[in-house]
Design a protein around this ligand. Structure first.
Ligand code: AMP
Ligand code: GLY
Length: 421
């Protein structure tokens, strides 16, 4: 079948890579895609919010399955739009997508179903939020209710920065009319866990850990993610059982009760402390860069899993994973997540040979005047696997040293927590 992937990040490149390995795939298309993806998918410039044009494109190209990479089209209701159009689409409907689209919605649902998460309050005006803050201890966590491209959360170490974060949100930093969630700071180590549901049942994928901060030692501002590895040693079988019972199952039950079963990938961001896992956040899609390590570890047919999710037959999916340790290191434009130069030239990428154990996934790359150029913040995601995490990371860093791109920046300590164990 012909499959369309929506998105232009390294996550979507990794999805195309896994889709290309499926015996069911006869053609891959992407909107908008990137230079790296164009080697395996036919890329097309269409606005991701223009569902009508995406639908016309699907009809013209006999697309039978649409795979949505990023959260925004899901939150805007692209799955609802495609229902009744006779084209399959993988992901949750708009109502369920609120799990990521509104922090307040997600926290209220956790409260209603006793799902372990940080204690919180919701505010729709600055004055009451600031009054509440006066009685709280720091550190404390301030969150924008809506989507904010990973920038809407402040872990405030002192009252002044907490106040400032609240004022910025109500001042319109992330758009007008945004609400605020203030929540208790949770101690522990984070892990990402992914399941795929058909609305009723689910299959577990595997765990991963990502490095959200720009600086080594997990310091500095948050980014979309600077590297990841899988498996996550902290996510033991006992923890998985606990999370399945106390977090995943009640969540899927909640959506059944509300008459809108949750379909697609559900990504639980967890905080694990002394053997207890609590939910930090839900995402309604694969993580980026976690998807890159998952797709290189996955031995089964990704397309089959997606079709089973859509058709309500997820129980028949038998997922197999390589036992190897997989990691990815993101190379970003120097200055990211702040200002950076665009259209800088990347040389020698052809020196890196992709195979089953090594993949260069592209995010923001373009091909112009005979050169590969960087065209965004996160640009490349160098991914490998081997029997030992240490060897995997050596392979990745040795490969990066072959790339000639003076304006590129990457962290040299990806996986440090796992290596210390
Ligand atoms: P979120 O977008 O909700 O995942 O938040 C981004 C990051 O902020 C998380 O990955 C955590 O590192 C941190 N964070 C969010 N909420 C909390 C919390 N309640 N306690 C501690 N850290 C948090
Ligand atoms: N890696 C974090 C995210 O995709 O939201």
């Amino acid at each position: 079948m012909k499959i369309l992937v929506l998105g232009n990040g390294a996550r979507e490149h990794a999805l195309c890579y896994a889709i290309s390995k499926s015996p069911q795939t006869s053609g891959i298309f992407a909107i908008p895609g990137n230079y790296g993806m164009s080697k395996i998918a036919q890329c097309n410039k269409i606005d991701l919010s223009d569902f009508e044009s995406i639908h016309i494109f699907c009809q013209k190209n006999q697309i039978e399955l649409v795979v949505v990479g990023p959260e925004v089209p899901l939150v805007e209701g692209i799955v609802d739009f495609f229902i009744n159009k006779n084209i399959k689409i993988f992901g949750p409907e708009k109502f369920a997508a609120q799990l990521e689209g509104s922090k307040g919605f997600m926290k209220d649902l956790c409260k209603e179903y006793n799902i372990p998460t940080a204690i919180y309050e919701r505010f729709d005006n600055e004055e009451s939020a600031l009054t509440y803050l006066q009685k709280q201890k720091t550190p404390i966590v301030i969150k924008t209710d809506g989507l904010a491209a990973g920038k809407g959360v402040t872990v405030a170490e002192d009252p002044a920065s907490a106040e400032q974060a609240v004022k910025e949100i109500f001042g319109g930093r992330f758009g007008n009319g945004m609400e605020v969630v203030i929540e208790e700071f949770m101690e522990g180590e984070e892990a990402s866990y992914f399941i795929c549901s058909d609305g009723k049942d689910f299959v577990s994928l595997v765990s991963a850990q990502d490095h959200k901060r720009i600086g080594e030692g997990d310091t500095g501002p948050n980014t979309g993610g600077m590297g990841a590895y899988s498996p996550a040693p902290i996510f033991t079988q006992e923890i998985q059982k606990q999370v399945d019972e106390k977090i995943i199952k009640p969540t899927l039950q909640a959506f059944q009760d509300k008459g809108c079963p949750y379909k697609g990938i559900l990504y639980a961001g967890l905080m694990i402390n002394n053997g207890i896992a609590k939910l930090v956040e839900y995402n309604i899609r694969f993580g980026d860069p976690e998807c890159q390590v998952l797709m290189v570890r996955m031995k089964s047919d990704l397309v089959e899993m997606m079709l089973n999710s859509i058709d309500g037959t997820i129980k028949s999916t038998n997922l197999e994973w390589d036992d190897d340790h997989c990691a990815t290191v993101v190379i970003a434009s120097n200055g990211y997540p702040g200002k950076f130069e665009k259209k800088t030239i990347i040389k020698n990428l052809e020196e890196l040979t992709n195979d089953n154990n090594f993949q260069v996934f592209h995010a923001a790359t373009v091909y112009e005047d005979g050169e590969v150029k960087a065209d965004g913040g996160r640009v490349l995601s160098i991914t490998a696997k081997s029997g030992k995490l240490e060897n995997t990371l050596d392979k990745i860093y040795n490969s990066i040293s072959l790339i000639e791109w003076p304006q590129g920046y990457f962290r040299k300590d990806i996986g440090f927590k796992a290596l210390k164990r």
